[in-house]
Design a protein around this ligand. Structure first.
Ligand SMILES: [Zn+2]
Length: 258
């Protein structure tokens, strides 16, 4: 009896939660989940998701291996609850600049409807930047699907590759992000190890440009061959280069690219 009333109250709680339960909108190769306040936003996002998925598939020359889910969270509390669960960090509170994440099975996105009040550093009206952000997360989804650790929890020493690939393949590593990296290299202030690339204000340009260099020097297929790897040394072995030599070559590339 007790169990029945417990589940009955859960059922009513589910029905009357603000925003209501998740609604599903199927698309080609993925399902979009949203709640009632995002009905219009979900429609607006449909072509953005479709174009981002196509551009990721075009970059890798192959479609996503598996279907995935996209969750448009109605507010930051909803997204934090998901991340607390996924990352097993019950006290986790996201920073204001965190508006999305991507792993093999899903993309979580704070509804752009809430960016003005519940986020910083992101303006949905900046369409190209917003499109690139969603593409960035879908690169993570693709990468996760090609990696034995789809949520990257067993990927070590490869932040520069995971984030650099997403920054580069999504077009985020543009001249605005490259110029300060070039200046840092010229001033002798570039990080001395790959482990430091995904940190600080230049992290997108640093990580993105080292992946751009790998793509340029070793080719797209070699870059794709790095997707299943989970350790830095394995990536260097696949490239047949030492970390010091890779960074030396990258510096020359970055400085000469302008
Ligand atoms: Zn990322």
């Amino acid at each position: 009896m007790k169990t029945t009333s417990f589940f009955a109250s859960l059922f009513f709680l589910f029905l009357f939660l603000p925003g209501g339960p998740w609604k599903k909108s199927p698309a080609a190769g993925y399902d979009v989940f949203y709640q009632k306040p995002d009905r219009t936003m979900a429609k607006t996002l449909r072509p953005v998701f479709a174009a981002a998925k196509d551009s990721v598939a075009a970059f890798f020359g192959q479609n996503f291996p598996r279907p995935f889910a996209i969750y448009i969270h109605p507010d930051r509390a909803s997204m934090d609850a998901q991340w607390q669960h996924d990352w097993q960090m019950p006290d986790f509170k996201s920073e204001c600049w965190m508006v999305a994440s991507g792993v093999g099975a899903r993309l979580d996105l704070l509804s752009p409807r809430q960016w003005a009040t519940q986020a910083c550093e992101h303006d949905w009206a900046r369409q190209e930047a917003s499109r690139r952000l969603i593409t960035h997360e879908l690169v993570h989804v693709y990468h996760g699907q090609r990696n034995p650790s789809p949520d990257f929890s067993d990927v070590q020493g490869l932040d520069w590759l995971v984030e650099g690939l997403a920054a580069y393949a999504s077009g985020q590593c543009d001249e605005a992000r490259l110029a300060p990296v070039r200046a840092a290299v010229r001033d002798g202030k570039a990080p001395a190890t790959l482990d430091k690339f995904w940190s600080g204000p230049l992290r997108y340009g640093l990580s993105g440009s080292v992946v751009a260099w790998i793509d340029h020097r070793y080719g797209r297929q070699t870059l794709i061959d790095l997707l299943p790897l989970t350790r830095k040394q394995a990536a260097l072995d696949r490239l047949g280069v030492s970390e010091a030599q890779l960074l030396k070559d990258w510096q020359e590339y970055v400085v000469a690219r302008k």
